[in-house]
Ligand binder design. Structure first.
Ligand code: FES
Length: 354
């Protein structure tokens, strides 16, 4: 009997349990009124009409839960098979034993496999990444082997120890700072900004002065020297202003000429003598008391007409051209000179008749 119960499926067990319950209900209906009243008083008030009667005292009939528990225990934890719907079981048939037999035989290897499947392996097998589901024990062993492989790989990848540094690569001890250098740096840092500003001011001033000098030089270049020499032609007055025998010296400083009214070559002439010594170019002096021209440089002497008579002067003084202008004044032209030794004093341009 026990072997037959083990071979039954859950549906068959449930069908058997329902059958037993119906039989129990029929027996309860045929029982005494006292027992019915007792059963009604023990049942809940809301389910009085539908609730089945409890089994009689003494545990003759087990409940559905007890029967299910007994069936699961008999199956040894085999998973229920949600296969085809349960067919109503005929009362006279022995609960469709041939149909339930293959299901029970299928459940046997599952019940024998007590190890729990690993979820990750099941998912991996479903995705095709792994050959098939494995148990948790296999997964644990594989993870252990993987950890050991990772540890070995890490040990292989571990870098070798660094070689010791040579002496020249080792850091040198810091040399003590020389006090003199520190003092110099402190002095440099202590230079106030005023001195720097003064340096800039000096530079700017120098540049401005240079620019000013350059501007003055350019202006001087734009306005060259102009000699303010006296004109070569000038008037000295009317002939009557010069008395006979007179040597006028007032034109020496401005024009370098003596205007003389003297007799020369049997004629009274007014002529203009050049105030340059014929020796080395000094300016002789007219000595009214001695009636001669005396050179202060080397002592040359010249008469009133200009003829040299003493000293190193080699020849007489020279005359300028002279004429009477349209206004009657005597006009002297220094651009022309006449020399006595050359006979030029006979030229009418060298004298004016008084
Ligand atoms: Fe007049 Fe020498 S320069 S005498």
């Amino acid at each position: 009997m026990a072997d037959e119960q083990k071979k039954l499926s859950v549906q068959e067990i449930l069908a058997a349990a329902r059958k037993q319950k119906e039989a129990a209900a029929a027996e309860a209906a045929s029982a005494e009124p006292a027992s019915e009243a007792q059963a009604a008083s023990e049942a809940p008030p809301s389910k009085k009409s539908v609730a089945p009667a409890k089994p009689a005292a003494g545990g003759a009939r087990p409940s559905v839960q007890e029967m299910l528990a007994a069936a699961r225990a008999a199956k040894g934890g085999a998973a229920p098979e949600p296969a085809a719907p349960v067919k109503p079981v005929a009362k006279d048939k022995p609960a469709a034993k041939p149909a339930a037999k293959p299901a029970a035989e299928k459940a046997k290897p599952a019940a024998a496999e007590t190890a729990v499947r690993d979820t990750a392996s099941i998912l991996g097998a479903a995705r095709g990444a792994k050959p098939g589901p494995i148990t948790k024990a296999e997964a644990a062993s594989q993870s252990k082997e993987g950890k050991e492989a990772v540890a070995v790989a890490k040990a292989r990848l571990a870098a070798p120890p660094m070689p010791a540094k040579p002496e020249y690569a080792k850091p040198r001890p810091k040399e003590p700072v020389v006090e003199e250098r520190r003092g110099f740096m402190a002095a440099m840092a202590a230079i106030p900004a005023v001195l720097i500003g003064s340096a800039f001011a000096i530079g700017n001033t120098t540049m401005a002065a240079t620019g000013g000098v350059w501007t003055l030089a350019m202006a001087r270049f734009m306005f060259p020297n102009i000699l303010t020499e006296p004109p070569s032609r000038f008037k000295v007055g009317f002939p009557t202003n010069f008395a006979p025998g007179q040597v006028e010296t007032k034109f020496v400083a401005q024009f370098g000429v003596w205007v003389v009214n003297n007799e020369y070559a049997g004629q009274r002439q007014i002529y203009a003598l050049r105030t340059v010594c014929t020796h080395l170019g000094c300016t002789p002096n007219w000595l009214e008391g001695e009636q001669k021209f005396k050179c202060p440089c080397h002592g040359s002497g010249f008469y009133k007409d200009g003829i040299n008579f003493e000293g190193p002067a080699p020849r007489p003084l020279e005359r300028y051209a002279i004429l009477v202008g349209d206004d009657g004044q005597i006009e002297i032209d220094k651009s022309r000179m006449f020399q006595e030794e050359l006979g030029q004093w006979n030229d009418p341009a060298s004298f004016v008749l008084a």
